[in-house]
Design a protein around this ligand. Structure first.
Ligand SMILES: [Zn+2]
Length: 409
C-alpha cells in the first residue's frame, strides 16, 4: 500500500505521472470523496470508520482539564512570549525556538507521535490536548474503535510501516524501501508513504514548475518500488492512493479584527482554535453559541457549518466529543486561508487542502491492483472507509469489525 501525500486525482495525467496514468488503465481506479479532516484521515483510513465514530478530527482537542500542556500555564511562559517570541517574524526560527516545548511534552507523556504545537500562543496552549498521541498501529490507538492492525494482530499478520515519525521525506522513504527490498525478511503487508508533494504544493501552488517536477519524480519512485515488490513477492496486490488533493490559495481572511470584536462582546465566555481553514469555537453557553454564529455569518470567505453539513461530512459527534472538537465550526471557502492561524502563522501560502469540495482538484485518487484477478474498472467517488474492507478482502482475512464501507474490488 503506497500513499502519495497530496497527489490529486486530476494530477494523474500522461504528462505528469506517466507510470500511474498507464497503470490506471489496468487497475481499478477512481476518485475518493475528500474528507473535511486533517489528523482524522489516517484513523478513518485504517479503521474504516468516520471521525464521528473514532473521534479524531484535527491535531488538537479542547481539554482544559486534561491538556498535556498544562505545565506551560504560568506567567513566565506568557512573559517570554510577550517580550521575546512575538518579536520573531521568521516562521522557521520561531518553530525551532518553540520546539523544546513539544519535545518535552512528548517525553513526559511518552507520546509516539509528535504534537505540532509551535504556533499556538503560549497563553492558549494549556487548554488543548493532542488528539492522537499513539501511532495508528499501536493497540488502543483509537480507544475502543478497532483498526486494521488489531485484525492483523489477531490473525498473526506481519507488517511494516514506512511513515512519520520514522521517515520525514521522500529520500528517507526511498532509503527505507531499498532496505526492505535488499533484505530477506518478508512481510504480509507494507504501508509506504511519500511526503514531498504536500510541502511543495503548499509553498508553490498546484501548477508550478516545482510541483510538476515533484509529480514526475514521485511517479518514477512509485514505479521503482512497485517493480521491486513484484520481483520480491509472488503476485502482490497494490493499493496506491492519496490522502487529499490540493487547491491554490486565492484569498486570505484576517481573523484578528473579528476575534477582537468577539472578545470585547463575550469576554472569556468562549475559546477558539485556528486550523488553517477551520475556526473552531468552544462555548458552554448555547445562547452565546447563537450570538457568535450570528456575528460570523456576516463574514465573507466562509460560513458556519449547519447540522446537515455536519451530517454530510461525517462530523456528527457525540455531545462530549463535540465539546472537544468544537461546538461551533466556521469553515473557510475553497481557496481561502484564515490568517494568522496556528499552522502557517501570518504567512500566506500558495496551496491548501481540507476543503470538502467534490469533483475538483481536491479529490484524492485510489488505484487498486489485485494480484490474483486483473480486473479493471473506473470508479466514481469511493470513500476512505472503503480501504479496510478492500484490504481485508485482498488478504482474505476474517474479522468481527462492523464496517460501513465496501471493497473496491
Ligand atoms: Zn498539507
Amino acid at each position: 500500500m503506497i500513499m502519495v501525500d497530496a497527489m490529486g486525482f486530476s494530477q494523474i495525467t500522461h504528462q505528469n505521472t506517466p507510470f500511474l496514468s498507464n497503470l490506471s488503465e489496468k487497475a481499478i481506479f477512481g476518485r475518493i470523496t475528500p474528507l473535511l479532516s486533517f489528523r482524522g484521515i489516517e484513523p478513518t483510513l485504517f479503521s474504516g470508520q468516520h471521525a464521528e465514530i473514532h473521534g479524531i478530527w484535527t491535531d488538537f482537542q479542547y481539554s482544559p482539564a486534561h491538556s498535556e500542556f498544562q505545565w506551560t500555564k504560568n506567567p513566565l511562559m506568557t512573559g517570554i512570549q510577550d517580550i521575546f517570541l512575538d518579536k520573531i517574524k521568521n516562521l522557521t526560527l520561531r518553530k525551532i525556538l518553540t520546539a523544546p516545548i513539544c519535545h518535552l511534552t512528548k517525553k513526559i507523556y511518552g507520546f509516539s507521535q509528535f504534537p505540532r504545537t509551535t504556533l499556538i500562543p503560549w497563553d492558549e496552549l494549556h487548554k488543548f490536548a493532542f488528539a492522537m498521541p499513539k501511532r495508528i498501529d499501536q493497540e488502543g490507538a483509537l480507544g475502543r474503535v478497532k483498526t486494521l492492525f488489531d485484525v492483523f494482530r489477531v490473525n498473526k499478520i506481519s507488517y511494516e510501516i514506512v511513515n512519520f515519525p520514522n521517515v520525514h521525506g521522500d529520500s528517507d522513504t526511498m532509503k527505507a524501501v531499498m532496505k526492505i527490498l535488499g533484505s530477506n525478511t518478508r512481510r504480509d503487508f507494507y504501508f509506504i508513504r511519500f511526503f514531498n508533494l504536500d510541502g511543495v504544493q503548499h509553498r508553490t501552488g498546484t501548477r508550478s514548475r516545482q510541483t510538476r517536477e515533484c509529480l514526475r519524480k514521485t511517479d518514477a519512485q512509485v514505479k521503482y518500488i512497485m517493480q521491486g515488490f513484484e520481483k520480491m513477492l509472488k503476485n502482490p496486490s497494490f493499493i496506491v492512493f492519496s490522502d487529499h488533493g490540493m487547491t491554490n490559495v486565492t484569498q486570505a481572511l484576517p481573523v484578528q479584527p473579528i476575534l477582537k470584536a468577539l472578545r470585547k462582546k463575550h469576554g472569556s465566555k468562549f475559546d477558539s482554535f485556528l486550523d488553517s481553514i477551520l475556526w473552531r469555537f468552544f462555548v458552554r453557553d448555547t445562547r452565546v453559541i447563537g450570538e457568535i454564529a450570528e456575528e460570523l455569518s456576516n463574514l465573507k470567505g466562509g460560513h458556519v457549518l449547519n447540522g446537515d453539513e455536519l451530517q454530510e461530512y461525517h462530523l456528527n459527534f457525540s455531545p462530549e466529543m463535540r465539546d472537544r472538537n468544537g461546538n461551533l465550526i466556521f469553515l473557510a471557502d475553497k481557496g481561502t486561508l484564515l490568517t494568522p492561524n496556528y499552522y502557517q502563522g501570518k504567512n500566506f501560502i500558495k496551496g491548501m487542502h481540507g476543503y470538502p469540495v467534490k469533483n475538483s482538484e481536491l479529490d484524492p485518487f485510489f488505484l487498486c491492483q489485485d494480484g490474483q484477478n486483473t480486473s479493471t474498472k473506473n470508479e466514481e467517488h469511493r470513500e476512505f472507509i472503503d480501504f479496510v474492507p478492500t484490504i481485508l478482502k485482498l488478504m482474505n482475512l476474517q474479522n468481527e469489525l462492523k464496517l460501513p464501507g465496501k471493497p473496491f474490488n
